[in-house]
Design a protein around this ligand. Structure first.
Ligand code: FAD
Length: 650
């Protein structure tokens, strides 16, 4: 039997969600799923304003489709533009070819709607694609540069006036970015922050109309406090090159009008011959099947679909609706392939969140929890991180964390830059080498024992960790050692003997006296007995250790292994090889030593030092400079395959 062909058009939120679900549930069936998009990447549309407003690098919101679907073997990716659909013969036509289908899901999204306002296309900017975001960013940089050398004050003011039309998510998030970006632009072009004028122009009497009024009022207060002028009841009727005209006839001189006032269905789907409703959206029934083509297995999802769940109210053009319509359509395709009942669409929206710049936001969750400021922004990041979990992309989750929290410039994140201070790793090289040497010397002592450093033939003897004396101060091992005639304190350093004495029940008087006289401190004070972090093991840790080291033989193996392991860690730190991992391992070792009752407060600095060295210090004068990029390249190619600018095209 021929393979069942499922075609998904559009790799936006809806297309990706549908394809992921189809791939998972049709695994093992004779089905081939093809995802066609005009780009080789998925755009994180909800973060477009961050690129347009110079917060993150453009690539931060582009997620390569091959990387997203590399483990979905039943999915083919095609980079091509769909131009027509032959519904009778069930064939999708693209610029470069034709794709027959048995089931088709269309998730081609929307585009800005200027409602025919003169001049928007020619003189304005829109924000509904990756290209739009880049265009705005480049324009702003160019116009500010031009303004900085403009001698005419009026012209300069017009150049530094940025007007956002529309106060929905897109408009408010965009102006929020401009608010944050102002300081950097002013600094770079030797201007003052006050030279910039930011305006939101809204045709309705209120702003952020999808939010509750309390949340919208907080957002408005915040924007006004940061110098954003908000004009309501002010429809724009014309956009010229250097000004805009409002309905009341007034003009605002500006060279930058960002139009976010409306969304309509993508014009690429206008000629598909499927019934259209408001804003050209394609009408579907409750199963997301295209109206009139239910027998052809054609489904519409995302921003493109027009389905009234309650009369007069179509599904909103938001991510949650995109994903939920996608899941509905995908489940129904699966039902017709595997056999089963089709399910009608049932929405479950969990709320709204709007960011205003990088440090403030407003959120309304489940219509119950209202958040603003840090907590709203935090929730927005949580929701974005959950998205990567939903699409099963650990790689992009990691990248998101890096670019939003660790690689952000100008304090443009909720940590106000504290998590992303740029520093020169070169300055941590001496610390790395010192820390490595410290581990090398300490671990080497366990090899040399009471022998002489320059005479290898004297190593591994008395006092080293390579004799048959157990050095761990664990009571059950010490008891075993005592019964086999071994000295309870043998092999360990004086301090360790004291520790073992304290830990072992009924141990020698000298040890318990030493423990009693111990003084707390972070550095060694002459004549003072340093204090252990813990003078006996917690019970839970003891149980783990008893499993790991039940008897003397295994303990002896462990102590030798640990010595070699510590030498390897030390050498790795010195030469800067796998520095992050080596440093993290030393933290784990120190925590283990502390719990074992073998570590002193005076050495607790190991932990903060190890954290400091996880800053990529091996990349400066260390082998990590070459090794880590090589591993990233090789593993990336092996796991994800070759990343291409076009997929699946002939
Ligand atoms: C700046 C901004 C901020 C936003 N913020 C939020 C927010 O905070 N919360 C929220 O819920 N929503 C937000 N939205 C709305 C949200 O992004 C959309 O609802 C969502 O992207 C819709 O998903 P989709 O899959 O229907 O369409 P899209 O994500 O637009 O994807 C459509 C895909 O189809 C492809 N395509 C189109 N035409 C063709 C063709 N002819 N051939 C091949 N491929 C084609 C496109 O390349 C694209 O990949 C925001 C939107 C913007 C622009």
């Amino acid at each position: 039997m021929a393979k069942e062909k499922v075609l998904v058009i559009g790799a936006g939120y809806s297309g990706v969600a549908a394809t992921k679900l189809l791939s998972k549930k049709l695994k093992g069936t004779d089905t081939q799923i093809t995802l066609i998009d005009r780009h080789s990447y998925h755009t994180m549309m909800t973060e477009l304003h961050e690129v347009a407003g110079g917060r993150v690098e453009p690539t931060a919101i582009q997620y390569d489709l091959q990387r997203l679907f590399c483990r979905n073997k039943n999915v083919d990716i095609v980079t091509d533009t769909v131009v027509a659909i032959d519904k009778e013969n069930k064939v999708v036509k693209t610029k470069l070819g034709e794709y027959p289908f048995d089931h088709l899901i269309i998730g081609m999204g929307g585009e800005p709607n200027d409602f025919g306002t003169p001049g928007v296309k020619e003189n304005g900017f829109t924000l509904w694609s990756f290209e739009d975001a880049l265009r705005i960013r480049k324009h702003i940089e160019a116009i500010v540069e031009k303004a900085a050398i403009e001698p005419d004050a009026e012209k300069r003011k017009a150049m530094l006036t940025f007007v956002v039309c529309g106060s929905g998510f897109t408009g408010i998030e965009m102006v929020g970015e401009l608010m944050d970006w102002r300081a950097r632009l002013a600094k770079d072009f030797k201007l003052k922050k006050e030279d910039f004028t930011l305006k939101v122009v809204e045709a309705m009497p209120t702003i952020l109309n999808m939010l509750d009024r309390g949340g919208a009022a907080k957002a408005e207060r915040y924007m006004k406090k940061h110098g954003v002028e908000i004009l309501t009841n002010s429809p724009i009727v014309e956009v010229a090159k250097d000004h805009i005209v409002l309905k009341d006839g007034s003009q605002i001189p500006t060279h930058t009008l960002i139009w976010t006032a409306g969304v309509k269905a993508t014009s690429d789907a206008a000629d598909f011959g499927i019934e259209k409703a408001r804003a050209n959206r394609l009408v579907a029934n409750e199963y997301m099947q295209a109206k009139g083509y239910e027998d052809k297995n054609i489904y519409i999802i995302g921003d493109l679909v027009y389905y009234e769940e309650t009369p007069g109210k179509p599904t909103p053009q938001i991510v949650q609706a995109a994903e939920q319509t996608a899941h509905c359509a995908a489940e129904n395709v699966i039902a017709s392939i595997k056999g089963g009942e089709k399910h009608p669409f049932k929405s479950n929206y969990q709320g709204f969140m709007v960011s205003i710049g990088s440090r403030y936001g407003v959120a309304n969750l489940f219509d119950k929890i209202k958040l603003s400021g840090f907590f709203a922004m935090f929730m927005k990041h949580v929701v974005n991180l959950k998205y990567f979990f939903d699409i099963r992309s650990g790689y992009y989750m990691f990248q998101y964390i890096m670019h939003e929290f660790f690689h952000i410039k100008d304090e443009r994140n909720i940590m106000r830059g504290h998590s992303s201070r740029y520093g020169n790793v070169l300055w941590s090289v001496p610390l790395r080498i010192f820390y490595g040497l410290m581990w090398l010397i300490e671990s080497s002592k366990k090899v040399v024992g009471d022998g002489q450093w320059l005479k290898p033939s004297t190593w591994f003897g008395q006092g080293s960790w390579f004799t048959d004396h157990v050095v761990f101060p664990f009571p059950w091992l010490q008891e075993q050692a005592a019964t086999t005639g071994a000295s309870a304190a043998g092999g360990a350093s004086e301090a360790t003997s004291a520790a073992s004495g304290a830990a072992a029940s009924g141990a020698g008087e000298a040890a318990s006296q030493a423990a009693q006289q111990a003084h707390f401190g972070f550095s060694y004070a002459y004549g003072e007995q340093p204090m252990q972090v813990l003078d006996h093991m917690p019970k839970w840790f003891e149980s783990i250790m008893k499993v790991m080291m039940p008897n003397k033989e295994i303990a002896l193996f462990f102590q030798k292994f640990m010595t070699v392991f510590e030498i390897c860690i030390a050498l790795a730190l010195i030469v800067g090889l796998f520095t992050w991992l080596a440093s993290a391992t030393t933290i784990a070792l120190v925590v283990t030593f502390c719990l074992s009752g073998m570590f002193f407060w005076v050495n607790i600095w190991f932990i903060p030092v190890a954290f400091a060295l996880m800053n990529g210090s091996g990349r400066a004068f260390g082998l990590d400079h070459w090794v880590v990029p090589w591993i990233q390249r090789t593993l990336g190619r092996w796991w994800y395959g070759d990343v291409k600018s076009r997929y699946g095209t002939k």
